[in-house]
Design a protein around this ligand. Structure first.
Ligand SMILES: Nc1ncnc2c1ncn2[C@@H]1O[C@H](COP(=O)(O)OP(=O)(O)OP(=O)(O)O)[C@@H](O)[C@H]1O
Length: 364
């Protein structure tokens, strides 16, 4: 393992920001620390960078304890939310900064700067003033600057969150591609699921200073280890269920959940897209009454009342929900979706079926 974090705790006075975290990042791997605001992600990243000293535990690189290695000798690259570029230097001056610090001679600097600007899609931008760049261009320059000295580890703290949604999505895809092509080992901090899942080989979900689950994106998404993880990843309700032969059965219907799901009692996490209005000729499903209708880009979001929902043991509502994304919350109501063209109105009765893409399977 390239990076090893063993039992790290960081306190600010009486507040424990990071609590006994164990984590490792393999050579060439991108690991995302995902969690709600204030859960300690940045503090953990800053401890790895050498900007915070752990109160307990150790941080190792290739087996070597970094406790006495200062920030600038760790050979880690850093990119923050707002880039933190030097406003009085042009683009080339910013990208060359780390190279100068390392004593790379001028000719070598210019070649490496050109190479990095090409890599981040800003070829020819050397003489541009950084204050005249868009937010997205500034983050590309920050990335080029961090990568120029060949860091052993790239630390990214919410690198895209200052950008608007469309730009963020595009830059996340570009960044994922760049990290793969350059084989960069990286630790990324984000509160955005999409960003984490686009960029990371593995995702570590954090809450209140602790790691709740570490796994591949699809695994964490489909099989959250706890209700807290499920709710942070967008589940707005949790239903008792039972799995047999890759099919989950619940009061809301049956759905395929994969042959790898163990047989026995389980719980089903419902995201806002877990229930959809059944199509013509589609059999099965449950009956519900539409309470509210909201138009979204690709579908219509419904709030529905399912008779007997409380009796069915559905735990909905926001208790302990870390940033749950849906609208379900009132007793006995659930989220559902309908096609834009034929969306029912409040008061209508609808038949709903489970959509496996909106489900997560939790332990009982
Ligand atoms: N320098 C500091 N002094 C005191 N408390 C701090 C300091 N930095 C962070 N904290 C506190 O430590 C906790 C964890 O903060 P941290 O910034 O690591 O969380 P985060 O998950 O990165 O959140 P965000 O996404 O909002 O940045 C928070 O309660 C925060 O208020």
């Amino acid at each position: 393992m390239a990076l090893q974090v063993n039992g790290v705790t960081v306190r600010y006075g009486g507040l424990t920001a990071v609590s006994g975290v164990d984590l490792s990042v393999a050579d060439g791997e991108v690991l995302a620390l995902l969690g709600p605001s204030g859960c300690g992600k940045s503090t953990l990243l800053r401890a790895v960078a050498g900007l915070e000293r752990p109160d307990e535990g150790e941080i190792r690189w290739d087996g070597r304890d970094l406790a006495d290695v200062p920030v600038h000798r760790r050979e880690f690259g850093l990119v923050f939310q707002d880039g933190q570029l030097f406003p009085h230097r042009d683009v080339a001056g910013n990208v060359a900064f780390g190279l100068r610090m390392r004593g790379v001679e001028r000719g070598g600097q210019a070649d490496r700067v050109a190479e990095l600007l090409e890599l981040v899609g800003l070829a020819g931008y050397e003489r541009r003033r950084v204050t005249e760049l868009s937010g997205g261009e500034q983050q590309r320059v920050a990335l080029a600057r961090a990568l120029a000295p060949h860091p052993r580890l790239l630390l990214l703290d919410e690198p895209l969150s200052a950008l608007d949604r469309a730009l963020r999505d595009q830059l996340a895809v570009d960044l994922a591609d760049l990290l793969r092509r350059t084989g960069t080992t990286a630790l990324l901090v984000t509160h955005d699921h999409d960003e984490a899942f686009t960029l990371a080989d593995r995702v570590a979900v954090m809450s209140a200073g602790r790691l709740l689950q570490v796994g591949r994106p699809a695994e964490v998404w489909r099989r959250p280890a706890t209700e807290r993880v499920a709710r942070f990843l967008g589940c707005t309700a949790v239903v008792p269920a039972r799995v047999a032969n890759g099919v989950v059965t619940s009061a809301l219907g049956d759905a395929a959940v994969g042959a790898d799901a163990p047989d026995g009692p389980a719980r089903l996490g419902l995201r806002a897209t877990a229930l959809r209005v059944a199509g013509e000729g589609e059999s099965g499903g449950i009956t519900a009454e539409v309470v509210q209708r909201v138009h979204r880009r690709e579908h219509v979001r419904l709030l529905v009342r399912v008779p007997g929902v409380a009796a069915a043991g559905i735990e909905n509502g926001a208790d302990g929900a870390d940033g749950a994304a849906g609208t379900a919350g009132a007793v006995g109501t659930l989220d559902a979706t309908a096609p834009v063209g034929s969306a029912p109105s409040p008061g209508d009765e609808v038949r709903l079926v489970l959509d496996p893409d909106g489900l997560a399977l939790l332990p009982a």
